[in-house]
Write a protein that binds this ligand. Structure first.
Ligand SMILES: C[S@@+](CC[C@H](N)C(=O)[O-])C[C@H]1O[C@@H](n2cnc3c(N)ncnc32)[C@H](O)[C@@H]1O
Length: 274
C-alpha cells in the first residue's frame, strides 16, 4: 500500500479550500486526493496518472473526482479550465515498486521493461539492443549519478540483459558487496528515468501547470532526488509568472520518516501564480 508523503504539508501549501478545483497530476493510489477531499468541500479534483494499471486498481467513489489516464506533460490539453491548485508527487509509487511483474525493483526478477505506461514506447531490453556503450554510460552517469557508469555500460552492452535478474547479476559480478545495493538502485533509477522521459515530463508539466493555474493558484511538487528537485527549483525561480513560496524545500519530519522510510528523500516546493 502506498503511504502518501508530506500530506499535511501539501494540504497547507496547496491552500486547499471549499469550492476549489484541484489537479492531482500523479494520482497513484490516491492518498493525496483523498486528503484533499477530507480537508475541504472542494468542487472538483482531476486525478491523472499515466499508469493504466494503477488507475484500474483505483478505489475512490466520489462524483467530484474525474479520473484521467494520461501524461501530465500534456496538462493543458487534458484540463480545459483554470484551476486553484496542482500537485505533482513524482516518481514511482510503492505499488509499482512492489509489483514483482512490473520490473521497477531489483528485488524481483521480471522482464526488463521500466515503462510506467506500457501502452506506448518500447521496453528497456529492446532499447538496449540499439544503444551504443557511450550512450548508455551517459544515461547511467547523468540519471543515476553513478561514477562506475563506463564499466557497467560496457558489461550491459556485452551481455544484453532481458530481465531485471540478468541485469542484477551483471552488476553483482563487477561491484563489491559493500555499496552494491546503492549501485543497483542508481542503475535502475537511471534506466527508469530515461525510459519514461521523467525529467523532460517534469519540465513540460511545470510549464503546462503554469498555463492552467488561476491567478493566486498554487503548484506543489514533491520530488525524491536531486535531479528532479533542481528542475523544480530553477523552474520556479525563473518563471516570471510564479512567485516562490517555499524559499527552502519542505522535508518530512523524523516521525514521518520512521513510519515511512520511503519518505526520507522527499522534498516539497510550492509556488503561486501571480
Ligand atoms: C509517487 S506516485 C504518486 C502517489 C500518490 N500521490 C498517492 O498518494 O498515492 C507517482 C505516480 O505518478 C505517476 N506518474 C509518473 N510520471 C507521470 C506522468 N508524467 N504523467 C502522469 N502520471 C505520472 C506514476 O505512474 C505513479 O502512479
Amino acid at each position: 500500500m502506498h503511504n502518501p508523503v508530506l500530506v499535511d504539508e501539501t494540504l497547507f501549501w496547496l491552500d486547499v479550500k471549499n469550492g476549489g478545483i484541484y489537479v492531482d497530476c500523479t494520482l497513484g493510489n490516491g492518498g493525496h486526493t483523498k486528503a484533499i477531499f477530507k480537508k475541504a468541500n472542494v468542487s472538483k479534483v482531476y486525478g491523472i496518472d499515466r499508469d493504466a494499471e494503477a488507475l484500474s486498481r483505483f478505489e475512490i467513489e466520489n462524483k467530484k473526482l474525474k479520473i484521467i489516464g494520461g501524461n501530465f506533460r500534456s496538462l493543458s490539453g487534458i484540463i480545459k479550465e483554470k484551476v486553484d491548485g496542482i500537485l505533482f508527487d513524482i516518481g514511482v509509487s510503492s505499488e509499482q515498486l512492489d509489483s514483482p511483474e512490473r520490473g521497477f525493483s531489483y528485488r524481483f526478477d521480471a522482464p526488463l521493461d521500466f515503462r510506467m505506461d506500457r501502452s506506448c514506447g518500447v521496453p528497456c531490453f529492446e532499447l538496449l539492443e540499439e544503444f551504443s556503450q557511450d550512450e548508455l554510460e551517459l544515461i547511467i552517469k547523468n540519471y543515476g549519478e553513478e561514477h562506475r557508469g563506463k564499466k557497467i555500460a560496457a558489461e550491459i552492452i556485452k551481455n544484453k540483459p532481458k530481465t531485471t535478474g540478468e541485469l542484477v547479476e551483471i552488476i553483482r559480478r563487477i561491484t563489491p558487496y559493500k555499496g552494491r545495493s546503492r549501485v543497483l538502485a542508481r542503475v535502475f533509477q537511471a534506466l527508469r528515468i530515461f525510459i519514461n522521459e521523467e525529467l523532460e515530463c517534469l519540465g513540460e508539466g511545470l510549464y503546462e501547470a503554469t498555463k492552467i493555474l488561476k491567478k493566486g493558484g498554487r503548484v506543489c511538487v514533491i520530488s525524491y532526488h536531486s535531479l528532479e528537485d533542481r528542475i523544480v527549483k530553477h523552474y520556479f525561480r525563473e518563471e516570471p509568472n510564479l512567485n516562490v513560496l517555499t524559499k527552502r524545500p519542505i522535508c518530512p519530519n523524523e516521525s514521518e520518516v520512521s513510519r515511512n522510510p520511503r519518505a526520507r528523500s522527499a522534498k516539497l516546493r510550492c509556488a503561486e501564480k501571480q
